[in-house]
Design a binder for this molecule. Sequence first.
Ligand SMILES: [Fe+2]
Ligand SMILES: [Fe+2]
Length: 304
Amino acid sequence: MSATPSETSWNERIIREFRANNGKVGGMFDGVPLVLLTTAGRKTGRPHTTPVVHLRDEGRHLVFASNAGRPNHPDWYQNVLANPQVTMEIDTEKGHVRPLATRAVALDGDERDHWYERQCALDPAFRQYQEKAARKIPVVALYPLDLSTDAARNRMIGEQLIRHHDELRAALRDVRGRIDDLLAGGPGLADPGRPADLAAQLRRHCLTFCHDLQMHHTRENGAFSAFEDEFPDLAPAIERLRAEHQVMEKALTDFETLVEEGPSGRDVERFRAQLDRVVAGLEDHFAYEEANLLPAVGVTPPPR
Ligand SMILES: [Fe+2]
Ligand SMILES: [Fe+2]
C-alpha cells in the first residue's frame, strides 16, 4: 500500500519542520528522537524521504519498521531490502541537520528482539504496534560511512563515483538523442501518424534520468559529510559541490513536473529547454567532483 495524498502532505510538513529546526518537530512528535531516511523507490528509483524514530547505539542507529502497526511493511523498509544505501538526516550540535550516508542491515533473532523490547520500554506505543500488526516488526541498524577505516573500500567508493558519472552521462545522451529525434521528425507529438508510445517512452526515459540524478546527489550529500570528517581540507570544495546540487535540484524538480504533465502537442521544445537548464554545468560539476574527491580516496581522476 502506498501513501495517500493526505499522508504525503503530512509527511512533507514534518520533513520541512525537521530540516528547518535541527531535527525538532512539534505536536505529537514533541521530544521524540527522529531522523529522516531517504531511500531509492524500489520500482521508480525516485528518492523517498520519511521521518522515523531512532535509537542510538554507539556508532550506529536503530530504526523500526512499525508503520504505526499497519499490517504491511512501510515503503522505506521494502526499499531498503532492494537497496541498503540510505541517506539519514540527523540533528547536530552545530544547530543544523546533517545528511549521512549509511548502510542498512536488518537485525534478526535475539538482537532484533532485544532492541525492539528496548524501544517498547522507551515508548509503549511500539508494543501496541506489534500487537496490532500481523507481522514481526523489523528493526534495522544504520551504519554511517566512515572513511577512516578501510583504504580498499575508499578506493571502491571512488571507482563507483566514476562509474555513476559515466552511467549518468550515457543516460543523458540517450534522453537528448530521443528529444532530438522527435524534433527532427516533425513539429510535435500530437501529429496524426506519430506512434503514440513515443511520448510515453520519452517520458519514461526522462523520469528515469531525473530520479537517477536526484538519487546520485542525495547519496553524495550524505557521503560529503564523511569526506568533511576525514579530509577537513576539502571543506571549501564540498561547500561548492553542495551548492551546485541545490541549484540542479530546483531545475530537476521543474523538469520532473513538466515531464509528469506531458509530453503532448508541441512540448518537446520546452522539454529540451528545461533539460538544458538541468544539465547546464553538470559536466563541470562531475569533473570538479572527481578532481577534488578522488585523490583523497586514492583514485586518479580520469582525463576529462
Ligand atoms: Fe555531485
Ligand atoms: Fe557526482
